[in-house]
Design a protein around this ligand. Structure first.
Ligand SMILES: *[C@@H]1O[C@H](CO)[C@@H](O)[C@H](O)[C@H]1NC(C)=O
Ligand SMILES: *[C@@H]1O[C@H](CO)[C@@H](O)[C@H](O)[C@H]1NC(C)=O
Ligand SMILES: *[C@@H]1O[C@H](CO)[C@@H](O)[C@H](O)[C@H]1NC(C)=O
Ligand SMILES: *[C@@H]1O[C@H](CO)[C@@H](O)[C@H](O)[C@H]1NC(C)=O
Ligand SMILES: *[C@@H]1O[C@H](CO)[C@@H](O)[C@H](O)[C@H]1NC(C)=O
Ligand SMILES: *[C@@H]1O[C@H](CO)[C@@H](O)[C@H](O)[C@H]1NC(C)=O
Ligand SMILES: *[C@@H]1O[C@H](CO)[C@@H](O)[C@H](O)[C@H]1NC(C)=O
Ligand SMILES: *[C@@H]1O[C@H](CO)[C@@H](O)[C@H](O)[C@H]1NC(C)=O
Ligand SMILES: *[C@@H]1O[C@H](CO)[C@@H](O)[C@H](O)[C@H]1NC(C)=O
Ligand SMILES: [Zn+2]
Length: 453
């Protein structure tokens, strides 16, 4: 009899747990298609990506961080920090104290990355799990003395297929299990720069290729039996805007090159004066009506781009679509890096898997909110960060969430019901008092009677 009861309850328990989702740790694959502007989704066709979204969630706009460049935003996704706090403040940097240089082809010195702890490191140190990476910025660097257990040295010539095949191989059979993996692809950024986002014909072709890659990714995950249990986030670092040869700002027309060192050029120039800062600032201040010039201490708070030694004493921020040049014509028809409040600079986010709702659309989150959400999914304790977990609650199946319009609807509904009830009560009281016009004294006595109901 006792045995029967035990059997019954243990049966019930495994029945409820469904025997797979709890016995294996949650897994997450984070994919970035560089330079995937949010409104490409509305303006072009993505049959495979739309299928992915139909069974998952979509965040239409992700507000990224200033400056809206590749390395800084990829590091914000995996740390939840603003650029001034994680230290990757540009694709090109210079440190005055150590005299070190950083660029996208000279990025392996841990010095630049160690101001923050990316999630792939936390995943390996907090839990007995491993991480894997295919070309995500920083994943081939010994950050806090740790690389992902499985990674590739950066090489632009490794195909998407090879990156995906190796990542899925690591996700399916490794011990300890790979629970966090990243996958990075250079498009549509490269083509966005080359053609400009307004070149519909070329962008249509490039974006169809991206959609085919997403189709291949889903097919591969299904084939390997990873699709049902793996959480997949597809997102990007920034958008893209159209540039023109008619919108360039030539610094050589305003200031002698010998007076400053240029650490980064466009659309946010980082200027290190060789002479008196004020003199350089005064020359640049009125250089162009299409460019804001800031002394470091005057950079607007909303950029969260001030408190780091790697931010230079003067920065120049071009208006959308304008390019800062040094005496030569521009070569790019598309660019990014501009003010992060511009919608053209925003990417999107789509996600699918057991952690996410199915068929849910959300208007916006911040790029720094992705990190606490990923930590939650993986069961990791997040490092201090600038993200807000509650911004992503509506995307997750295990969270209770009311979004703002719904909440307003409920409040208005309740108010309407209360008002109607009050009116009804007043009307009924008035009606009841009508048949007794002459007996005011008596009515006062009757006031306490339960006249209604
Ligand atoms: C676990 O579930 C799978 C299918 O979801 C089933 O084939 C398998 O027999 C189950 N294992 C146990 C031990 O219940
Ligand atoms: C971590 O995993 C390895 C390999 O599976 C195992 O040898 C080790 O004991 C584990 N450590 C902890 C703390 O669980
Ligand atoms: C990456 O490159 C370094 C230096 O060239 C080499 O020692 C290392 O084995 C490479 N790692 C991988 C995973 O290819
Ligand atoms: C991918 O895996 C294959 C087979 O293990 C290996 O030969 C190849 O070098 C890997 N590619 C990269 C870029 O690491
Ligand atoms: C630049 O301006 C000139 C003169 O206003 C115009 O003819 C030309 O088409 C413009 N070029 C572009 C790429 O808009
Ligand atoms: C810039 O300054 C240097 C040194 O003062 C001077 O030799 C040079 O002629 C100046 N160049 C221009 C274009 O004014
Ligand atoms: C820099 O130049 C400004 C005006 O030209 C002057 O007032 C200031 O004292 C100078 N500062 C230094 C440190 O030389
Ligand atoms: C800029 O270009 C003009 C004309 O091509 C040339 O005269 C001038 O010396 C150049 N200035 C610099 C700083 O290279
Ligand atoms: C961002 O988070 C870091 C780490 O907690 C903190 O030091 C920094 O002050 C935060 N920035 C802002 C603007 O709150
Ligand atoms: Zn780019």
């Amino acid at each position: 009899m006792k045995l029967l009861v035990i059997l019954f309850f243990s049966g019930l328990m495994t029945g409820c747990r469904g025997n797979s989702s709890y016995s294996v740790p949650p897994k997450l694959l984070l994919v970035s298609f560089d330079g995937f502007r949010a409104d490409y989704l509305q303006n072009y066709e993505f049959p495979h990506l739309q299928n992915f979204i139909k069974e998952g969630v979509l965040v239409e706009h992700v507000k990224n961080v200033f400056i809206t460049k590749t390395f800084p935003n990829h590091y914000s996704i995996v740390t939840g920090l603003y650029e001034e706090s994680h230290g990757i403040v540009a694709n090109s940097m210079y440190d005055v104290v150590t005299k070190k240089h950083f660029s996208d082809s000279n990025d392996k010195d841990p010095f630049w990355w160690n101001e923050a702890v990316p999630i792939w490191v936390t995943n390996q140190l907090q839990e007995n799990r491993s991480s894997a990476a295919a070309m995500w910025p920083g994943t081939d660097v010994l950050i806090h003395n740790t690389t992902p257990s499985y990674f590739m040295n950066y090489s632009i010539s490794v195909s998407f297929e090879e990156r995906l095949n190796n990542i899925t191989m690591w996700l399916s059979n490794s011990n300890p299990p790979v629970t966090f993996a990243t996958l990075y692809w250079e498009e549509p950024d490269a083509s966005g720069h080359k053609y400009g986002p307004e070149d519909k014909e070329n962008m249509r072709r490039v974006l169809k290729e991206i959609d085919d890659l997403i189709g291949y990714l889903v097919q591969k995950l299904k084939m390997l039996g990873l699709w049902e249990n793996l959480n997949v986030i597809i997102t990007s670092d920034h958008g893209m805007t159209q540039c023109s040869e008619n919108r360039s700002i030539n610094l050589d027309l305003c200031i002698n090159r010998s007076t400053y060192t240029l650490i980064d050029l466009t659309p946010v120039a980082a200027v290190l004066p060789k002479i008196n800062i004020t003199e350089v600032y005064d020359k640049l201040k009125n250089c162009s009506p299409h460019m804001n010039v800031y002394l470091k201490e005057d950079i607007p708070d909303r950029f969260y781009y001030q408190h780091n030694d790697r931010i230079q004493p003067i920065i120049l921020v071009a208006d959308e679509g304008w390019t800062i040049v040094l005496n030569k014509s521009l070569s790019k028809l598309g660019d990014h890096g501009y003010d992060n409040s511009l919608p053209s600079m925003h990417p999107f986010l789509a996600a699918h898997g057991p952690a996410f709702h199915k068929g849910y659309k959300h208007s916006t989150i911040n790029i720094v909110d992705i990190y606490p959400m990923m930590c939650h999914i993986l069961g990791l304790k997040p490092h201090p960060n600038n993200g807000t977990f509650s911004h992503t609650k509506c995307l997750l199946v295990d969270q209770w969430c009311i979004n703002l319009p719904e909440a307003i609807g409920i409040v208005i509904g309740v108010l309407l019901v209360l008002t109607t009830l009050t009116c009804l009560i007043i009307i009924m009281q008035n009606r009841l008092s009508v048949p007794h016009p002459f007996s005011r004294l008596q009515l006062q006595e009757d006031d306490d009677d339960p006249l209604i109901g």
